[in-house]
Design a protein around this ligand. Sequence first.
Ligand SMILES: [Zn+2]
Length: 411
Amino acid sequence: MSSRLTVNGREYAWPRCPTVVICVDGCAPDYLDQAIAAGHMPFFATMRRRGLDLAAECVVPSFTNPNNLSIVTGVPPAIHGICGNYLIDPDSGEAVMMNDPRFLRCGTLLAAFAEAGARVAVVTAKDKLRALLGHGLPLAEGRCVCFSAEKSDRATLAEHGIAGVTDLVGMATPSVYSAELSEFVFAAGVRLLETAPFDLIYLSTTDYIQHKHAPGSAAANGFYGMMDRYLARLDRLGATIALTADHGMSAKHDAEGRPNVVYLQDLADGLLGPGRARVILPITDPYVVHHGALGGFAVIYLASAADGPALAERLAATPGIAEILPRDEACARFALPPDREGDLIVIAAPAWTLGASPDQHDLSQLREPLRSHGGTSEQRVPLVVNRTGEVRPSHRPRNFDAFALALNGTL
Ligand SMILES: [Zn+2]
């Protein structure tokens, strides 16, 4: 067994105790601050005080998949390739979901540790992430496991490395739109560690609560109180815990509770004529009920690159748009793969979202005023470890430093 591993150019120490990295989906730091202030997170308050408590930044676009993949590879999308939930496949010109491992351009550190002999477990709330997060894990051997809470009743030894998950966890498979889906992830993490000597565990929740409820609300505090009890149990089991988030979350509505949306396809068609620009919203996925596919980041593909400057100028003058960047500039600044981005990248202002045109967004399912993410205004995330450590003053902490910090104690 090696004492150190190099994965995607970064060095990691071999886990000396069970190491659990938790990605709390949509966890803007304010959720934690408010839950602690209201007394709902007694364990986490102590963990933050005694361990490492960093203000970190996530990857832009501040979406779930690019950030989860950054955390498990330790590198940004320019290297791992997953830059959204959705892209135009450069080979076919078709808009396709990017949840297939064929889009992944490097291995995960989880797979590298598993290959070197570590016992690795991955539990994700939604099944959409399972194939990417579990890519390269030797699941059929029964030493490593990877399953989703969403399809936990269907886990098999051959495909997920484990069967009988709901019995192990002691919970029925929750609805995909529920707080229990995330609770299942925490409960599974605790039960896995209680029953087998895992070296590395990655837990990834869902932002169902955060899309609906603001920091400090009763529902949010209840959720973080639940989380606190599981964190305390993981700590008592002797685990090193690193908690981070895939992105923050912002209110995206006006004083009357109506969503603030800039409809980019309509604007582009109005300026250039139909068929000249194609707007891709990489937040789009099969689970749109809580955000209506409205986020803070959009990509525009142009029939002719010559249309770029005029459209950029028009959009820059539109309220609700924070920034508009040509492809190369956006890729350099956010470490994105240029061959998977459009001609223009659009970033919404903090209280705004970007849509295509009104008929493409079903907002009838939004039960609460819109909260969403995707732009730079949701980039601040927590990075908290229940151990002491050291971070070079020159290092800008990122959420994808979580494994390095948990394993090495330094950044
Ligand atoms: Zn997310």
